[in-house]
Design a protein around this ligand. Structure first.
Ligand code: ADP
Ligand code: ADP
Ligand code: ZN
Length: 215
């Protein structure tokens, strides 16, 4: 199974992707995570994209499509892919079609997380992750069970993204509206789009997605 989780920044794509990975053995392919890893490792790609990401603008289509292609290449054919934060432009949607067919895969489902934009700034400015295992948390909505300790790995170190500030979030939302939302009709025409209320509790959203995927 190959699916896309679509939605504006803070919609819950990463949170839901991680749950599908844990419960159903799928693989999360997050271009945001891949780009952040490249920035951290100071690879040539990382050095090129750092300022663009900090500004909340989109990185070039070529760069992200190459990352996705490499990742699929390295993945077992029978492992399901969850595309998180990709595709984000019509050009990336075209590339994804080509990349999938080159790997003998097809797109089964596009799940749009519908959210109220006013809630997104609060979600994003309260977001943090475990520095060791990457588990996602939120100051208000998803705190660790024991204060200051990661539920999953026990680490006591957490981090916040430099682009998770109100000003950058506004730019990211504008990018989503202008460039990403317009790709939905491409998938609607194929009859593979489902919508989920992303404002519901995290568990409820997961249950809805599982229902759509037939789990
Ligand atoms: P995205 O990957 O779409 O940018 P995340 O999954 O990182 O979004 O979620 C953004 C923040 O909101 C995280 O801190 C997460 O814990 C929190 N969050 C995710 N889904 C929900 C939800 N349904 N209700 C409340 N908070 C949520
Ligand atoms: P969000 O939590 O806002 O959905 P991501 O982690 O997916 O954020 O992306 C963070 C940043 O990385 C984006 O603002 C953008 O600069 C860059 N980025 C990630 N994925 C893509 C993509 N598919 N195309 C272009 N830029 C991307
Ligand atoms: Zn952890």
């Amino acid at each position: 199974m190959n699916i896309i989780l679509l939605g504006p920044p803070g919609a819950g794509k990463g949170t839901q992707a991680k749950r599908l990975v844990e419960r159903h053995g799928m693989r999360q392919l997050s271009t945001g995570d891949m780009l952040r890893a490249a920035v951290k490792a100071e690879t040539p790609t990382g050095l090129r994209v750092k300022a663009v990401m900090e500004a909340g603008e989109l990185v070039s289509d070529e760069i992200v499509s190459a990352l996705i292609s490499d990742e699929l290449e390295a993945m077992g054919k029978d492992i399901g892919a969850i595309f998180d934060g990709y595709p984000r432009t019509a050009e990336q949607a075209r590339s994804l079609d080509d990349i999938l067919s080159a790997h003998g895969r097809k797109l089964d489902s596009v799940i749009e997380l519908e959210v109220n934009e006013d809630a997104l700034v609060e979600r994003i400015t309260g977001r943090f992750t475990c520095a060791k295992c990457g588990q996602g948390y939120h100051d208000k909505f998803e705190r660790p069970k024991v204060e200051g300790v990661c539920d999953k790995c026990g680490s006591t170190e957490f981090k916040r993204r430099p682009d998770d500030n109100e000003e950058t979030v506004r730019t990211r939302m504008a990018e989503y509206r202008a460039k990403t939302a317009p790709i939905l009709p491409i998938y609607e025409a194929r009859g593979i789009v489902s919508r989920v209320d992303g404002m519901a509790d995290i568990d409820v959203v997961t249950a809805e997605i599982e229902k759509i995927l037939g789990y």
